[in-house]
Design a protein around this ligand. Sequence first.
Ligand SMILES: [Zn+2]
Length: 221
Amino acid sequence: MREIVENQIYRVGSSGCEVYLIDTHSKEGLVLIDCGMDIAMIKRISSERLDPKNIKHCIITHCHIDHIAACNDLQNFIPAIKFYAHELDSEAIEQKNHDSKTAASWYGTNYHPVKLFRKFHKSSEILKIGDIEFEIIHTPGHTPGSISIIVESNGFKILFGQDIHGPFYESFGSNLNDYQTSMKTLLEKKPDILCEGHFGIIKPFRKVESYIKRYMKENKP
Ligand SMILES: [Zn+2]
């Protein structure tokens, strides 16, 4: 566990993917960005005096197993938890037998579906939880329903861009034209901190910019 923004935004750790946590400091409790593959890691936030039972929301960035495998365990642990994702990745999250879309077949594991509380439809929309505005930006490329999330906290603009490095495969429904457009949108937002899905925390904006531009260059249509 590591604090990214004091008393509000945390990196929980890595289990399949990087998992991040936002404390709304309201009755809406804690919000997870993806949940990775291992609920044990999430339960360990109690060592930081945060109550894992107070996780009330989980925003899913896309439908890959390394980001969603723990969803079902999480739901058993916190039955009232609300899951959110983009509608274009929702089938693979909510239904069985999408093992190539979720990449579960790569990992040799089974995915146990969960129902979404809300599906995002627009190119950009605000999800308000407590007093925090989560800007949900549809950033297709890696998968059709990939989203990136921006939160402002303590004067910083934090971008949760889970798999903005790719990879890109036909079986994922990847699209490099969409990817280029999505990354341009994220660069225009000028985030101070990038919380990446597999490469940790990148800052300041100068480094975020060169990180994103490097992958744009490597992944031209
Ligand atoms: Zn992925």
